[in-house]
Design a binder for this molecule. Structure first.
Ligand SMILES: [Zn+2]
Length: 444
C-alpha cells in the first residue's frame, strides 16, 4: 500500500472529477481509494507517500495505435528514397524498413518505444507490428520487452499479401500463436489481436484464410489511409472499403479500423451499427499528406473513435494538440473540436481498452488498475473540474510527466527511471539501428 498525493487530482471519473489537493491509494496493482490528501493520510497512516509536490495526478495515457517497428526510422536516410505520394511512402520507407527487421531489431525497437512511453506517461500501448525480415517470434519479442519495461500492451502482426503467400501465412500464424499465448496469460498486461495491413494488400482469399484461422480475436487494420485504398476496392470489388470488410466478417466490437480518411456516411453508419472501433492519428495523416479524416462526423455518429500516434511520437499530448488544430483548420471553424478530441483521448481510448483488459484503466477510481502519472504543472490560471482539458492542451507535454506508475509498479519517480538503465538501453538501440541502417542501404 502506498499513496500518491499532494497534487491536483484529475480522475476522469464523472462522479468525482477533480480535487485541488487529492491523493490516490494504491494496493497491489489496483487503486484502493481516491480522496483528499489529508483524509487519505489519516485513513492509511502507515502507507508510504509519493509527493506530487503540487503537480497534477492523473490516469496514464493510452495510445490506441502505434508502430514499434518504426522506431529506428529516426535519422535514417534510405538511398534513392524520395516518395512523392503515400504508396511511395509505404514502399520506399516503411516496407523497406520492415523487410530488414530481424528479431533483434524488433526487440530493440520495442525497448526504445516502451522506454519512451514511460518517459511520456503512456501506460498502455496498442501496437501494430510488421517485420517481414523475421516474422516468427516477433510479437513474443515485443511482449518480452513490454514485460521487461512493465508497460501494458495490445499487440498484433500486420498480415499482408505484399511479400507473397508464404509470408502472409507466417504472419497469420504469428498472430494466432500470440493470441493464444495472450489469452492464457493471467497478468492482464498483454493482449493479442489479428493484425492486418490494409484492404488493398489483402485479397478476399487472404481475408477468408485469416477469418478461418482466427481464434476469436478482433482485427486491427488500416482502412482508407490513402485514397488509393478506396480506388482499389472500387476497382476490384465494386464496393467501398467498410462494406467490403463487413462482407468479409472483419468488422465488430473487437475490431479497430485505423485512419478511415475516405469513408462516407453510409460506411460510418455501418461502423456504428457493428460497434466497430476506429482510431485517428493526426500527425501521421498530415505528414503523409493523405487528407483529413471526418472525425467530427464520426464522433457525431457515435462511433467509438480513439486517438493514436501511428508511430509518429509516443507523446499523446502531441496527438491532442495537432488533432485540435487540424480539425479547426480543416473545417475553417475555430469553435469546433474542443470537446471531441479530448473525448477521444480520455474517454474513448479508455472505452477501447475496456474491450480488451479485464479491469478499468484510464480512470482513477477504486478497483481500476493503478496506471497513474504525475506531471510537473503549476497552473497560471485557475484550474477547475470544468477546464482541465484546456490546461492539458495548452500547458502540458509528455515531458511534463515526472512520475509513471503502471499496474501499481513505480517505473519512474521524479524523472528518475526505476530498474531501467536508460543510457544502456539507448546505447544498445544506437548500435542495433546503425546495423539495421547498414543492411537497408547495402547494395543501394
Ligand atoms: Zn498505422
Amino acid at each position: 500500500m502506498y499513496l500518491i498525493g499532494n497534487g491536483r487530482l484529475v480522475t476522469r471519473d464523472a462522479a468525482n472529477p477533480y480535487l485541488d489537493n487529492g491523493c490516490v491509494a494504491i494496493e497491489g496493482n489496483l487503486i484502493a481509494a481516491v480522496g483528499a490528501t489529508e483524509a487519505m493520510k489519516a485513513r492509511y497512516p502507515d502507507a508510504a507517500f509519493i509527493d506530487a509536490k503540487g503537480g497534477v495526478i492523473m490516469p496514464g495515457f493510452i495510445n490506441a495505435h502505434n508502430h514499434i517497428y518504426s522506431a529506428f526510422a529516426r535519422g535514417l536516410t534510405i538511398k534513392g528514397n524520395n516518395p512523392t505520394n503515400f504508396l511511395e511512402v509505404l514502399d520506399q520507407q516503411w516496407w523497406t524498413i520492415d523487410r530488414h527487421l530481424l528479431l533483434a531489431d524488433t526487440r530493440a525497437s520495442a525497448d526504445a518505444t516502451y522506454l519512451d512511453c514511460i518517459l511520456n506517461g503512456v501506460t498502455t500501448v496498442f501496437d501494430h507490428h510488421a517485420s517481414y525480415g523475421e516474422i516468427t517470434g516477433s510479437l513474443f519479442a515485443i511482449a518480452d520487452s513490454a514485460r521487461a519495461f512493465g508497460v501494458r500492451t495490445n499487440l498484433c502482426y500486420e498480415i499482408s499479401d505484399r511479400d507473397g503467400e508464404e509470408k502472409m501465412k507466417a504472419a497469420v500464424k504469428e498472430n494466432v500463436d500470440f493470441i493464444k499465448y495472450a489469452n492464457a496469460d493471467t497478468t492482464d498486461m498483454v493482449k493479442g489481436m489479428m493484425g492486418m495491413h490494409a484492404p488493398f494488400t489483402l485479397s478476399n482469399e487472404t481475408l477468408e484464410y485469416c477469418a478461418a484461422e482466427n481464434p476469436g480475436a478482433g482485427y486491427h487494420i488500416h482502412v482508407a489511409e490513402g485514397i488509393d485504398d478506396l480506388y482499389d476496392s472500387l476497382a476490384k470489388y465494386n464496393k467501398r472499403l467498410i462494406f467490403r470488410l463487413h462482407d468479409m466478417g472483419i468488422l465488430g466490437e473487437k475490431t479497430i479500423c485505423g485512419h478511415c480518411i475516405y469513408i462516407n456516411e453510409a460506411e460510418m453508419d455501418l461502423m456504428k451499427h457493428t460497434n466497430t472501433m476506429a482510431v485517428h492519428n493526426p500527425e501521421s495523416n498530415m505528414g503523409n499528406a493523405v487528407g483529413c479524416p471526418p472525425v467530427l462526423k464520426m464522433m457525431e455518429k457515435g462511433i467509438l473513435l480513439g486517438l493514436g500516434t501511428d508511430g509518429y511520437t509516443n507523446d499523446m499530448t502531441e496527438s491532442y494538440k495537432v488533432a485540435n488544430i487540424l480539425h479547426k483548420h480543416n473545417a475553417c471553424k475555430p469553435n469546433v473540436a474542443w470537446g471531441e478530441i479530448p473525448a477521444m483521448l480520455f474517454e474513448n481510448n479508455r472505452a477501447m481498452a475496456a474491450r480488451f483488459f479485464d479491469k478499468p484503466i484510464g480512470i482513477l477510481q477504486p478497483g481500476a488498475y493503478a496506471d497513474v502519472i504525475v506531471l510537473d504543472y503549476d497552473p497560471l490560471t485557475p484550474m477547475t473540474a470544468d477546464n482541465i482539458n484546456s490546461h492539458v492542451l495548452f500547458g502540458m507535454t509528455g515531458r511534463s510527466v515526472v512520475t509513471t506508475v503502471i499496474n501499481g509498479v513505480v517505473k519512474m519517480k521524479d524523472r528518475e527511471l526505476i530498474g531501467i538503465d536508460k543510457a544502456a538501453v539507448l546505447a544498445h538501440c544506437r548500435e542495433q539501428s546503425a546495423d539495421l541502417w547498414k543492411r537497408i542501404n547495402a547494395g543501394r
